[in-house]
Design a protein around this ligand. Structure first.
Ligand code: SF4
Length: 477
């Protein structure tokens, strides 16, 4: 998962891209970058948070009214500084590009570019592959008289070769700003306009912050080009059955975003309602319902509503702690969880507590949270998830565990309950997930729950994912 933003208009682009990236920071804390264009590209990127990478001095030199930005969550590759985005190519044509997603056929495409197109690729990032493919196809057109039609024709050739998820923003030097989304719309991309500028972003929250009121999602398989005169051109490049990532609504996206017309907060409320019904069916009757912060807040409210019991905050999160490595002893593990979450003892002591969470990956954190809640005097600890069991790795840009590490892989609900030491465990159903998100007739990717992938997946990729993700092991989920 990454965040992208692209902007062109009458203002200095970086003055809007910087706050836009801050609004997208939750989508990636590993690296950040931006490139602007004015008589050439100006680039700044590096590892770390947006505030670590940018300062007044480097923002000052990023001149130009067209720019793109990126925050990275590592996907393909080890996440080195070389893999930070955006990427630039200057010959035979100037293009800068940033992308959110994951190409399932990345290794084949990279090999092909190196061996057959004689391209030198400097990173393990699939954005560089998309950039080079676009450059290759553009060189086959009349570059001197590049029109939107010729650009879209080149893009059509690129789409023919890409397999996987991609939402892309790109600057075409002296020509304009290009944005496009994969044929299934797996990754989100929204566009805003205000009469003097156009902005593309992964989530509407960035456009809200920048004051855009008119917004439209870029459709699955659609490309949008804003030329240097500020004219808008749209083209349906490819079509396929829509398969937007349903996990955006469960976990990734900010609750104040709207993705493909569905409000994330509203989706989480509905997911909580569906989960509440499951809890009722299971006969769970707690004294109090508590969210595991922060994503589960809306869902926990609705679970309490459906059950007709009190809702309280019982765990307070230190939002400045990110990753906690596996600790050798139980005491150290509880301490590591405590660094992130501290219980409000009077709300827990002597009560039957229902904890609501978004999902369980390996189960380590859930186990430690339950242990923590018991240690401050809970009588019983029930655990409820507003998504179904996660059993399959994501190949579209979400760095989840390998199949073998999913706690739900090959285990019954009862076995998982025992493993995390809960007094009861309730999962959302697959039907509840779809209904809760409010899918209607829309298509969603649910592959990490169902194992049904919306694109072809080479067996070699699955093997590689499992190899690459074996170490280091993190306690985080
Ligand atoms: S596999 Fe899961 S996380 Fe990955 S795109 Fe599909 S729904 Fe989203």
């Amino acid at each position: 998962m990454c965040g992208i933003i692209g902007l062109t208009g009458q203002e200095r682009a970086i003055d809007r891209i910087f706050p836009g990236l801050l609004a997208l920071q939750h989508r990636g804390q590993d690296a950040a970058g931006a490139v602007t264009f004015e008589n050439g590209f100006q680039l700044k990127k590096g590892n770390g948070l947006v505030y670590n990478v940018f300062n007044a001095k480097n923002i000052e030199r990023l001149n130009g009214n067209t720019g793109i930005g990126h925050v990275r969550y590592p996907t393909v590759g080890a996440g080195s500084a070389d893999d930070a985005q955006p990427f630039i190519i200057t010959t035979p044509y100037g293009i800068a590009l940033a992308h959110n997603g994951n190409l399932v056929n990345f290794f084949e495409l990279k090999k092909d570019l190196v061996e057959n197109e004689l391209r030198y690729l400097n990173s393990n990032c699939d954005a560089e592959v998309i950039l080079n493919l676009l450059s290759v196809e553009m060189t086959r057109t009349d570059l001197k008289n590049l029109t939107p039609e010729k650009l879209f024709a080149a893009l059509r050739m690129v789409y023919d070769r890409l397999n996987g998820s991609y939402a892309v923003v790109a600057i075409i030097a002296n020509k304009g700003l290009l944005a496009f989304r994969d044929p299934r719309g797996i990754k989100p991309l929204i566009m805003g306009s205000n009469g003097s500028s156009f902005c593309f972003a992964s989530e509407s929250v960035a456009l809200d912050l920048l004051g855009y009121e008119e917004m439209n999602d870029v459709k699955a398989g659609q490309a949008v080009f804003i030329d240097s005169g500020g004219n808008l051109h749209k083209e349906q490049i490819a079509s396929g059955d829509a398969a937007a990532c349903i996990f955006e609504y469960v976990y990734f996206a900010r609750p104040d975003s709207i993705i493909d017309g569905i409000g994330v907060y509203e989706a989480r409320l509905r997911l909580g309602e569906e989960l509440g019904k499951c809890c009722k069916q299971e006969g769970i009757m707690p004294d109090v319902v508590m969210p595991i912060p922060d994503t589960a807040r809306g869902a926990a409210l609705m679970v309490a509503d459906v059950l007709g019991v009190r809702h309280r905050e019982g765990l307070i999160k230190n939002r400045y702690i990110h990753r906690t490595f596996i600790m050798p002893t139980q005491e150290m593990r509880i301490e590591a969880v405590r660094l992130k979450l501290n219980p409000i003892k009077p709300e827990i002591k002597g009560k039957n507590v229902l904890l609501v969470d978004d999902s369980i990956v390996r189960g380590n954190t859930s186990r430690e949270i339950i242990s923590l809640v018991r240690s401050v005097g809970a009588r019983k600890v029930y655990y409820a998830l507003y998504s179904p069991p996660l059993r399959f790795p994501c190949v579209y840009g979400i760095d989840m565990q390998t199949r073998g590490e999913f706690i739900a892989r090959g285990r019954s609900i009862e076995e998982i309950r025992r493993s995390i030491n809960a007094d009861a465990l309730v999962y959302q159903t697959n039907e509840g997930l779809i209904k809760g998100v409010g899918a209607g007739s829309r298509g969603f990717c649910t592959a990490c729950f169902t194992g049904i992938y919306p694109t072809e997946i080479p067996r070699s990729l699955m093997d590689r994912i499992e190899r690459d993700r074996e170490a280091p092991k993190l306690l985080d989920e």
